[in-house]
Design a binder for this molecule. Structure first.
Ligand code: FAQ
Length: 319
């Protein structure tokens, strides 16, 4: 403790602050923005939350590509609402990162300069309208599996943002499944389109959960701090177990000859994932990385005048 003065009580020293932080985590209470936190906890959260926010914003592109070609007004309205929701998710998440001292414009610059990542899944193209349904079913399904436990994350603003995000992702997943159900009740060509989309998106969806546990540098510490509640492999397994019965109801085949129920555990065994492809995609060499970043860059640069005007207006009012 530093020496107290007449008008200022002694500031607790770092060891006392660390002990208080550890006790908060051990009691499963939330850390809030004004609480002291270790620098590695803060920077680790900014890393994960920024990556998550970037994923929501870049994730608008693959489905956004179909907004003008939606097959009916109803499908267009649903898709428009979904893509707008993803923008909202990005905004809640950037706000959560700001409570940790991050600057939103700076995070966007880091994304565009490829100094921060976004989810591997959004580097694959959407070739047919069935891809919109499969993204809802598999990609939002995987996002729900991954994000529901984050509603109990130890950092308050992140956990609270996740509650609304998960409710909306749940609607997204159902709209995707309903779209696919409709196509599966349609023509042979429509059924083939759905199967082709499932064939292309299944493996990338499994990669969304991140590298295997023995190759995941951030997991152990993140779980100790209660930021992540389950390991990458646990959540991936949960997703497979949840999805196989849904595929059976839908009438599609998941493209993995090794997929089989293990009667001993009641869980599904599945084939090896191509981690070389995953590493290539997160290193910027996936099928659509360049296109995604180029569009995000153009959106930032072309709309800089809007940001400038809004900032000047806000400044004038705060004065
Ligand atoms: N893609 O040590 P770990 C959505 C990176 S939102 C790219 O295991 P961690 C909604 C990882 O960052 C989808 N990079 O890392 C939607 C780290 O690199 P770094 C996004 C990945 O953090 C639906 C390195 O690999 N969701 O889909 C990926 O403990 C439809 C080592 O990995 C979230 O962000 C990947 N798949 O676990 C929108 C959820 N996996 O940062 C539109 C929150 C790993 O050290 C349409 N995030 N990396 O340079 C998380 O739960 C975690 O951050 C993980 C990764 C599980 C993603």
């Amino acid at each position: 403790m530093s020496a107290p003065t007449l008008d200022r009580p002694a500031a607790p020293d770092e060891a006392a602050l660390q002990a208080q932080f550890d006790a908060t985590i051990a009691a499963d209470h939330r850390i809030e923005p004004r609480d002291w936190m270790p620098e590695a906890y803060r920077s680790g959260l900014v890393r994960q939350i920024a990556q998550h926010a970037h994923s929501e914003i870049i994730g608008m592109q693959p489905e956004g590509d179909w907004l003008l070609a939606a097959p009916s007004l109803r499908r267009k309205a649903i898709l428009l609402a979904k893509v707008q929701d993803e923008a909202g998710h990005g905004m809640y998440l950037y706000s959560a990162a700001e409570t940790l001292g991050a600057d939103r414009a700076d995070l966007t610059d880091k994304l565009i300069e490829r100094k921060q990542k976004y989810s591997s899944i959004f580097n694959y193209p959407t070739l047919t309208y069935a891809d919109v349904g499969v993204i809802g079913w598999l990609v939002d399904g995987a996002a729900i599996c991954n994000q529901v436990p984050l509603c109990r994350s130890s950092y308050g603003p992140y956990a609270r943002a996740m509650i609304r995000v998960c409710k909306e992702e749940s609607f997204h997943q159902r709209q995707g499944y309903e779209l696919l159900m409709t196509m599966m009740r349609g023509t042979d060509a429509q059924r083939a389109m759905v199967q082709d989309a499932v064939d292309r998106w299944w493996a990338p969806s499994l990669m969304m959960f991140g590298p295997p546990d023995d190759d995941s540098p951030n997991s152990a510490q993140s779980m100790k701090w209660g930021v992540k509640r389950h390991s990458n492999d646990e959540l991936r397994q949960r997703f497979v177990d949840m999805t196989v019965p849904q595929a059976e109801v839908l009438g599609v085949t998941l493209p993995d000859p090794e997929l089989a129920l293990d009667p001993a555990t009641g869980r599904y065994r599945f084939g090896a994932i191509d981690w070389t492809e995953f590493k290539q995609v997160i290193a910027g060499k996936g099928p659509c990385n360049d296109e995604r970043i180029a569009r995000r860059r153009a959106a930032r640069d072309d709309n800089a005048w809007v940001t400038e005007a809004a900032t000047a207006y806000a400044g004038k009012h705060s004065r």
